[in-house]
Ligand binder design. Structure first.
Ligand SMILES: Cc1cc2nc3c(=O)[nH]c(=O)nc-3n(C[C@H](O)[C@H](O)[C@H](O)COP(=O)(O)O)c2cc1C
Length: 312
């Protein structure tokens, strides 16, 4: 079974990817948070640093591009190819207000004529230079039934993998994924499919498999894998338990590596706080500690609280 780590902007940057893969392994592909090429250039220096192969040693990484302009997509893909990448991913799912206001991400989905022209351009480029383009999509912008036309459109192109997050834009990341549309894709799509959405436990995966009458493979995991870093190992039957020693190593590595590149201290603490919003459930009964953790302003304070939580 193949497991892909979903792109999570603000979380799964190169520091996280290195820390995670040095400790847990078993991820077949990481997808990088999107870059947004525009007239100013294909990527910012910060995005380039995140994608620099030297910062992603031994990690099977796929850069993701968010744009509705084929010229910008192709310019970025060319630079990424020069950096050594032979697959890029197109973001057709981002629900954020600022992205959708510009007609990108999920907002590109209902513009089917423009989308077809865009795909024509980028896949002609991909074929001409033997580069793979995978797509990460939602079901639609306004209505999940937009998906039927989208499946037909994607069928006309050599999509290397179609990653489906079965929600529409207004669902954001809430509610049950609309699994019945993934089942539709299994029957009607010609593209290799990847399921993404709300797999937080082995049980979630088993329930999905029962619903679909087959075990989806590959699957892409996002929040579930941050919340339980052992989830991939569990799904692959390498372990049954969340290993506290590995978790502590992950925490300490991230904490140490963020201190090397971020300042002032409070920014590091904010970063760790974001992660603790995913990790809190791993440590029952420390509500008071978590409240204190959110307020910590100094490393010494943070460390005292965290090690108290972890050792409980
Ligand atoms: C904080 C956050 C940042 C995200 N950033 C991206 C992104 O850069 N590109 C993308 O395609 N999806 C992004 N997503 C969506 C995830 O990749 C994924 O599709 C979504 O979380 C559903 O999968 P999950 O239920 O396994 O988390 C983001 C989601 C969250 C919560």
């Amino acid at each position: 079974m193949k497991i892909y780590f979903a792109p999570l902007e603000g979380i799964t940057g190169y520091i996280f990817r290195n820390a995670y893969s040095g400790i847990y392994g078993h991820i077949d592909k990481f997808f990088a948070p999107f870059i947004s090429p525009n007239a100013k250039g294909p990527m910012t220096p910060r995005e380039r640093k995140d994608l620099d192969p030297e910062n992603n040693n031994g990690i099977n990484l796929v850069p993701q591009i968010l744009t509705n302009r084929s010229d910008c997509f192709i310019d970025a893909a060319k630079v990424l190819r020069e950096m050594g990448y032979n697959e890029v991913n197109l973001n057709l799912g981002c629900p954020s207000g600022t992205v959708c206001a510009k007609g990108k991400g999920a907002a590109f989905l209902p513009e089917t004529m423009e989308l077809q022209k865009f795909l024509d351009d980028i896949y002609s480029f991909a074929v001409s230079c033997d580069m793979k383009i995978s797509i990460k999509t939602r079901l639609g912008y306004y209505d999940p039934d937009e998906f039927y036309d989208l499946v037909d459109i994607f069928n006309d192109f050599p999509v290397s993998e179609l990653i489906i997050h079965p929600r529409i834009r207004s669902d954001f990341y809430k509610g049950e994924p609309r699994k019945e549309y993934f089942a539709y894709a299994l029957e009607h799509s010609k593209c290799p499919l990847v399921y993404n959405g709300n797999i937080f436990t082995g049980r979630d995966y088993d329930e999905l498999s029962t619903y679909l009458n087959s075990s989806p493979d590959p699957v892409m995991l996002g929040r579930g894998l941050v919340s339980d870093p052992s989830l991939a190992d569990k799904l692959k039957d390498f372990t049954a338990e969340t290993d506290p020693v590995k978790f502590r190593r992950l925490h300490d590595t991230l904490y140490c590596e963020y201190q090397k590149v971020m300042s002032p201290d409070i920014n590091v603490l904010h970063k760790m706080r974001d992660l603790w919003s995913y990790w809190q459930h791993l440590f029952d009964g420390s509500e008071r500690d978590f409240k204190r953790l959110l307020k910590a302003k100094k490393y010494s304070e943070y460390e005292e609280i965290v090690y108290h939580i972890i050792q409980q």
